[in-house]
Design a protein around this ligand. Structure first.
Ligand code: SAH
Ligand code: MG
Length: 196
């Protein structure tokens, strides 16, 4: 992988306010993936491919990441980026709305990274549980949404997102099949595994 190109892509994304994975979150996810050695990763929300390219380092030989993005411009940029960073053979970008794409996927995944529309997190969880391998992990980024999720105060505009993120947290913590940790790294990260 071309790390210099990856660094340039990261800087450009930050300059353009594209919400890429934060460094401390990446550190935690990286250490989980390093231990897990996944063959298949599913990502919901590609943006310009930054997190997928970072995760690709932890794939097993011959492994693959499927990543879904609905914004046409971002898909185009992500495709160019994975070429530049020389990881195109490991990353498969699916263009479309994850709400429509997910039910069509038939495979199982070792790690599923949820990082798209906050209002859809409960639906993404339901789909992720259907596709998760026995030893797999579901990671949900931005789960604490700038502190709004734990606080009483949020603007009207954020209400649906907050309600759905709270619903996600309730489901992963109350589901007897799951073991979940909520970390305050970055914008909040939920880590859920199936009880063995
Ligand atoms: N994972 C990326 C950042 C993703 S930002 C990284 O860390 O580098 C969230 C992205 O999800 C945005 O690009 C947005 O267009 C996309 N998105 C939001 N809702 C979506 C949906 N329902 N289906 C597909 N993509 C979605
Ligand atoms: Mg995010």
């Amino acid at each position: 992988m071309n790390k210099e190109e990856l660094q340039k892509i990261k800087e450009k994304a930050l300059k353009e306010y594209i919400p890429i994975i934060m460094d401390d979150t990446l550190e935690v996810v990286g250490s989980i993936l390093k231990e897990l050695k996944p063959s298949k990763i599913l990502e919901i929300g590609t943006a310009v491919g930054y997190s997928a390219m970072c995760f690709s380092e932890y794939l097993q030989e011959g492994g693959r990441i499927d990543t879904i993005e609905r914004d046409e411009e971002r898909v185009k940029e992500a495709k160019e980026n994975i070429e530049k960073v020389e990881v195109a053979e490991k990353i498969h970008i699916i263009e479309g709305d994850a709400v429509e794409v997910l039910p069509t996927l038939e495979e199982k995944y070792d790690a599923i990274f949820i990082d798209a529309a906050k209002g859809k997190y409960p639906f993404f969880l339901q789909q992720a549980l259907r596709m998760l391998n026995k030893n797999g992990v579901i990671l949900a980024d931005n789960i604490l949404y700038k502190g709004y999720v734990m606080g009483d105060y949020h603007k009207h505009k954020q209400r649906t997102a907050v309600r759905n993120l709270r619903e996600y947290i309730a489901e992963v913590t109350n589901n007897p099949k799951l073991e979940t940790q909520i970390l305050e790294v970055g914008d909040g990260l939920a880590i859920s595994k199936l009880k063995q």
